[in-house]
Write a protein that binds this ligand. Structure first.
Ligand SMILES: Cc1cc2nc3c(=O)[nH]c(=O)nc-3n(C[C@H](O)[C@H](O)[C@H](O)COP(=O)(O)OP(=O)(O)OC[C@H]3O[C@@H](n4cnc5c(N)ncnc54)[C@H](O)[C@@H]3O)c2cc1C
Length: 336
């Protein structure tokens, strides 16, 4: 692949992509193949979301489903690990010679088709303005955790992230949530010698939990190796214990506790979309867009990746979000 000449800072680029996760990278790769000058800007490192995933996680998708523009993703096992994915997406960025500006936050966006301006701030405190004809917002869905909003949530023993099980050996851990993250963390923690209690407001696990995890977690619960409290919410957290409240009866249960892992999902950051005037459906959280082109009602503004799913975290993944790049680039080539 030939190397594109670096963008002239005085000229607007054809395309600015806010967010360099897998789906932002897919937009960049599609643009590179089409000869469209594109800059990607990320407030963190490349693929910041994957960087923050549990250290030893494996993707549920097979590697071919995570590939960008058919660049082969070869893995040691059947499923890619977090580390293999990070290596792969770095290689994609290098192969397509993407202009990625990492650790650069997009603070504001204004303008209209053909003349957008993105205000940026990098880690060194340097402010900049990037001019672009089109903008793609691919900022993902991992901006801020869904907080429990209970007293004690900001204690040091509470975390909304789970990285690895070792630090919790022989510790009493409350895992909050009923999704894949909560189930996978509970199983890993149990196997690393933690005393795990799982609490979820529902009557069962979320419908999106990977089917192959369910027999394992149900067997651990049946064997009383992992305790579970269905239809309960966390009411209060103190340094030594947690107080849980039954959904219907309001009955309170207090447990001795060392750590709380609140794995209750994350939400997107609407700031860039709001700045651009893109309407967002208040119920679903889905930004208004044409699914054939990914263009929003604001001409020249597109969305890509998991951000498109709104509040439904089970609808868009890398598997289908990576396809948005082609749709966007094709639309731009047709004159959108
Ligand atoms: C544990 C786990 C396992 C998963 N396994 C799979 C799987 O097997 N298969 C699959 O298809 N999907 C999987 N997913 C989902 C997948 O990781 C996400 O769908 C994917 O990260 C979405 O990519 P994205 O590019 O849309 O967003 P992200 O990867 O979240 O990237 C968004 C980027 O935007 C940046 N950003 C945000 N705001 C700004 C701003 N204002 N300025 C600049 N940059 C900004 C962020 O730093 C981030 O790097 C998994 C998710 C989790 C949590």
């Amino acid at each position: 692949m030939t190397t594109a000449s670096p963008p002239d800072p005085d000229l607007p680029v054809d395309l600015a992509v806010v967010g360099a996760g897998p789906c932002g990278i897919a937009v960049g790769a599609a643009a590179a193949l089409a000869g469209i000058r594109c800059v990607l800007i990320d407030r963190g490192p490349l693929c910041a979301s994957i960087v923050g995933y549990p250290w030893y996680m494996s993707f549920f998708s097979t590697p071919d489903k995570l590939e960008i523009e058919r660049l082969p993703f070869v893995t040691e096992g059947k499923n890619a690990t977090r580390l293999e994915a990070l290596v792969y997406y770095r290689k994609v960025a290098e192969y397509f010679d993407l202009d990625v500006r990492t650790y650069t936050d997009v603070r504001d966006v204004r303008g209209s088709l053909g003349a957008f301006e993105l205000d940026t701030l990098d880690r060194a405190g340097t402010v900049g303005v990037l001019r672009a004809r089109h903008v793609v917002v691919a900022t993902g869905g991992f901006h801020a955790p869904n907080r429990l909003e209970v007293p004690g949530e900001d204690l040091p023993k509470v975390s909304h992230h789970y990285r690895e099980a070792h630090p919790f050996w022989r510790r009493r851990v409350l895992v909050v949530g009923g999704s894949n993250s909560a189930v996978e963390a509970s199983l890993e923690l149990f196997r690393a010698g933690a005393h795990v209690t799982l609490v979820h407001f529902g009557e069962d696990f979320d419908r999106g939990v990977k089917p192959w995890l369910l027999p394992d977690i149900r067997n651990r619960i049946e064997a009383e190796e992992i305790e579970v409290l269905w239809q309960h919410r966390v009411a209060r957290i103190s340094p030594e214990e947690v107080e849980l409240r039954h959904e219907e009866s309001g009955r309170r249960t207090r447990l001795r506790n060392d750590h709380v892992l609140a794995l209750t999902g994350w939400k997107a950051d609407p700031a860039t979309l709001v700045a651009l005037g893109v309407p967002v459906d208040p119920d679903s959280g889905v930004p208004v867009h044409d699914p054939d082109t990914m263009q929003t009602p604001v001409p020249g503004v597109f969305i890509a990746g998991v951000l498109v799913a709104g509040h439904d975290a089970n609808r868009i993944f890398i598997e289908n979000g990576r396809m948005h790049g082609r749709l966007i680039v094709d639309a731009i080539r047709r004159g959108a």
